[in-house]
Design a binder for this molecule. Structure first.
Ligand code: HEM
Length: 55
């Protein structure tokens, strides 16, 4: 996911699942890791291909 999506996910974990809030420095570290290790998915071949179209 994008950094913004990971930020929203952390906020969701804080607010909905009772995860203790990280301090600003730790949050930066965690977000930096998440955006590099788990970037937005870009499907190989550009996503679903219609098999009935010969392209
Ligand atoms: C760096 C910390 C964390 C990250 C990046 C993270 C990320 C995620 C993600 C991506 C999901 C799947 C959401 C979905 O299905 O759309 C999830 C689910 C969940 N997380 Fe976390 N999480 C973190 C920490 C925590 C902590 C500390 C707790 C509990 C104290 C927690 C509790 C839950 C629960 C209960 C769910 C499943 C319920 C649901 O999907 O709404 N998470 N988490």
């Amino acid at each position: 996911m994008s950094r913004r999506q990971w930020e929203e996910t952390l906020t969701l974990m804080n607010e909905k699942h009772g995860m203790p809030a990280l301090d600003a420095k730790d949050r930066e570290t965690v977000l930096g890791y998440l955006e590099v290790a788990f970037p937005p998915r870009t499907p190989a071949g550009g996503g679903w291909q219609n098999p009935f179209l010969n392209r």
